[in-house]
Design a protein around this ligand. Structure first.
Ligand SMILES: Nc1ncnc2c1ncn2[C@@H]1O[C@H](COP(=O)(O)OP(=O)(O)OP(=O)(O)O)[C@@H](O)[C@H]1O
Ligand SMILES: [Mg+2]
Length: 250
């Protein structure tokens, strides 16, 4: 079986900096992959490279066996790849509803503006934002803006959804809500790549974990095995974490 997403030796240079360096990674349909690593490791750049925000400078990206390396962002969205942005960036003057409808239009899912609005309402219902549908996006709290990012992603009817720190800055109960939502999305069969610094969160949803460090993939596999990998402990988790979780289910 071919993987749904395949990265073959992908790199992204920024000037002299190799932000993503020769990464080969594949993700199967329906899998939830946790992507972790220190600040500046290249996690966001990897998502930007897949979605053509900052295309790969070397290597190839395949989706369903099709080479998407040189496609434009809207073409990639139309194939069913969606992502949220780490720095939440709603269109502030548009309403919450219009922001989500824009996602449906961008990915080519809506037949008309009315259809885009109807779809947007469904996603706002799902993400618990329906009561704020007609407010301007600028009025939302951080937790609400993170949910708006999720709703915008869902409006693209993704088959692969990439979540870039959707829990950052949220309180524990907001994180629980977000996790429940992510699980429901995964249950629909959507493949998910989740970038996340909170290890509890990563461990609770990931079937597999990949670790980036200085742009390179230093580990990839079953979550507990990855957490015990000395390279991962040294680069990211630290020995205190490793000692606390030694030998057992982390
Ligand atoms: N548009 C850009 N122009 C120049 N350098 C960039 C650009 N985007 C990212 N970088 C650099 O690439 C490296 C990887 O950054 P990236 O944002 O992908 O890391 P990250 O793993 O997402 O980190 P964080 O956990 O802090 O979000 C960093 O050194 C960063 O400064
Ligand atoms: Mg990042």
């Amino acid at each position: 079986m071919t993987a749904q997403l395949e990265l073959k030796n992908v790199s992204r240079m920024f000037g002299g900096l190799n932000a993503v360096n020769d990464v080969t990674l594949s993700v199967d349909q329906g899998q939830v992959l946790g992507l972790i690593g220190p600040n500046g490791a290249g996690k966001t750049t990897l998502i930007n490279l897949i979605t053509a925000v900052h295309p790969a400078t070397a290597g190839r990206v395949f989706f369903d066996g099709r080479d998407i390396t040189r496609m434009r962002p809207h073409q990639i969205a139309r194939l069913g790849l969606a992502r949220t942005f780490q720095i939440v960036q709603p269109f502030p003057k548009m309403t919450v509803l219009e922001n989500v409808a824009a996602g449906a239009l961008f990915a080519g899912n809506a037949h008309s503006l009315a259809d885009a609005h109807a779809q947007a309402r469904d996603h706002l219902q799902f993400t618990g934002l329906i009561a704020s549908a007609n407010q301007s996006a600028a009025t939302l709290t951080l937790a609400q803006r993170k949910r708006l990012e999720l709703a915008k992603g869902l409006a693209m009817k993704p088959r692969l959804l990439m979540l870039d720190e959707v829990n950052a800055g949220l309180n524990p109960s907001e994180i629980d809500d977000a996790l429940a939502m992510i699980r429901k999305i995964a249950e629909r069969g959507v493949t998910i790549i989740v970038i996340e610094h909170l290890m509890k969160v990563v461990m609770s949803i990931s079937q597999r974990i990949a670790v980036l460090h200085h742009g390179q993939l230093i580990a990839d596999g079953e979550p507990n095995a990855v957490l015990r990998d000395p390279k991962v402990v040294e680069a990211y988790l630290g020995s205190k974490f490793a000692a606390a979780h030694a030998g057992g289910a982390a």
